[in-house]
Structure formats: C-alpha cells, structure tokens
Design a protein around this ligand. Sequence first.
Ligand code: FCB
Length: 424
Amino acid sequence: MSGSLNFPPNFLWGTATSPTQVEGHIHNEWTDFVAPDGGTCRVACDHYHRYPEDVQWMTQLGVNAYRFGIEWSRLQAAPRAPLNRAELDRYVDLLDRLNAAGIVPMVVLHHFANPPWLNAAGGWTNPAAVPAFADFVRQLVPALKHRVYLWNTFNEPDTYASLAYLLGGFPPHCRWRWGSFRRVIRHMAQAHELAAGIIRSEAGPGRAPEVGIAKNWTVFRAFHEWSPWDWATARASHYAFNQFVLNAFLGGRRRAASTFLGLNYYGRVRFHHFQAMIPASGSPARQLSDLGCECDDMVERHPPGLGIALRTLHRRFGLPIYLTEHGSASRDPEFRIRDLTRHLEVLQEALAAGVDLRGFFYWSLMDNFEWQFGYTKKFGLLAVDFADAQLPRRMTPVGEFYRGICTAGGPVCTRPGDGVACSP
Ligand code: FCB
C-alpha cells in the first residue's frame, strides 16, 4: 500500500501527551498507583523539568502543533482557591516556548485525573465537581488566552468513566457501577458546556478560541456476527461508550457549546464469548493472531473504522474535526510505520470526501506511563530509556518517518515497507 498523500497547507501536524503520563512530581489519584510492571507516574518522563528540551525535540520532529494537558491538581490546592502562581508560570513558559518555535498549542483541561480534594468528595460522581471545574476554568482562561486558541476541555470522558466505574482499571477502581458511570458523564457534559461558554466569552486578541472535547471512538463488533450474545455485547458497548456519551456532550442544545470535535481513534474491539479480543484485555497474542486479529500491543487495528467514524461524525454534527490522538504501541517500528501510513491514507480519503479535518496529533511524543499498564506500552515518536536515571530521549524510526510527513509541507509519497517518506 504505497501512494501519495496530499494535505491542506494549514493542516496541523502535531503530537500529544498528558500531564500524569509525562510530567512526574504530580499529586493526584495516580501518584500511589503501582502498575503490574512496578511502574508509577512519580517521575514519568520528568517533562515537568525537561519541557524546554522536549520542545526542542518537537522542533526536530518538525511538528507544528502540540496537544498537552494542564494539571488541575497543580494549580488549585482547594476548591475555588486562587491558582498557584509558580505552577501557572511554568505552563506559561511552556506556551511561550511553543509559540516561539511555531508550534500551535492545544490545551487539555482534564485528562483522567483530578485534584485530591475533588477525589475525596467523590470525584465527578459529585455534582459539586461541575462548579468547581468552572471556577478553575474561569481563573485559568484569562491567564492563558493570549497564548492559546485551541482548547480541549475533557479527554475521553467515556474511557475515564468506564475504566474508573465499570471496569476497575482506573482509580477509584470500581466495577459495574452504571449509576456512577452515567453521573460522571452527565456532570462532565455540564462542565464542558460551562467551560466552553467561559472560553468563548474570553476571546484573546488573536484567533477566536476553538473548543471541544476529545471523544474516544472504538469500533465494537461481534467476532462472529451470528453470535447473538456477542452481537448484543457489541451493540450495548457501542450504545454506552459511543452514542450515550456523544449525546450527553453534543446532543440537542449542547451541540452549540463546541466549535470542534476532537476524535481519538485506535481501532476495533471484537467480542468472542463475551471476551474482548484485544491484548489490552489480556487475550494472548498467539490466540489473536490465530483468529486473524491484527493488533498492536493494545487493540485490533482497523483503519476503515477511522474513515467511517470521521464521515459519520462529520455528517451528524457538522463540526470541524481534529484527530486529537492516534498511534500504535509496538516494539516493531516497521509495524508502526505501516499502521500510521494506512491511517493517514484514510485521513486523506476523508478529506477528499468533504470531512472538515483540521489536524492530526500523533500519540505520543515519547514513551510514557501508560496508566494501568505502566511503562510496557511503547507509543513514542521518541523512545525514553527509563532504566537510565537521566531519562534520555532518542529519535525512533517512527519519529523519523513522521518528521518526513510533517516537514514535507506538501505531497508526500510513502513507502511503508522501508519506512521512508519523501517529497516528490
Ligand atoms: C488514550 C488516552 C491516552 C493514552 C492513549 C494510548 O485513550 O487518552 O492518555 O493512554 O489512549
């Protein structure tokens, strides 16, 4: 599969991280969590101290956008407290360095973590989270609005609510609390609407602010379409994690709050006797390949699902779309380059079909703390040597390949077999 990729000149070619996964020195519900590999987020990639170097790496990669999170727990020590000045200044400095390097920042306001005082009060199951978050945003936006126009309120509320309250993978590790799942989504959707109103009314001097959530989109299917129980499990998953969540955030009058939709896409989950046939759920690699599932170290790869999601969401909501996350985890760089190429071709087709796609953010800038899996999943454009206390970063072949895409500034021909990208 090789061909020519042709993207609009103002397209954002970015990369992404989140605070808990890269910053280190963080105090939220993940601080005391120890993954099965013994990994914790306590130091992570030490991006907290090393962000100037990481901005230089981004320049080397040739990206023109960076999606990263502002860690609420750093900024507010108590509900409605004034924001911590020193911590705010650090984020301002990061933004200044990005803007000086010509890298457009996209700021995420919530990425799977809360301040300890909010967790102690029941987190997002408690309606008090809504005004507390709005207060945080009300203080934050005036401080940053001269430096940021792309605002991502919530990252994957569906993943957060389901792993924390249904599947037990995220703190507070609850299982099958459907009432809590629904309450969390409802409260986050209310908070999104309030935050979007604040952001849009606080326009800075430059470009008008853009605001949206990042919705994770997973394709759910039965492994054997004729299996009624697996079919029902897939339908129920699609309803709960895709439809219900989108309706809460973008249905009815709430659609008017957002100016864009962020989409995170990784692939497909197929059910076989109620079991999700993916490595992330513990299905052995051998069994998956025997069944013909092509997976990275997390989920089944399914590029056509991205095209369908883009066209469906474009038709349904009519909003500009940013692909706020896509990437793969594998120790095989050729696999990852092939995977990226196939997904970029799908983006190209979606653009040709009229989808208003504005940018792509590769997950992730560097290998990092992958939540309940610790450091075992290698998603980075940069590899990080976690065995070395200096945490040295190193360019990977995927990073080199992506640099070819980002810096071509025009048509790019891809030869995924040998991992080369070249401008004709
Ligand atoms: C997404 C998350 C991100 C990272 C990637 C692999 O669901 O938003 O933090 O874990 O998956």
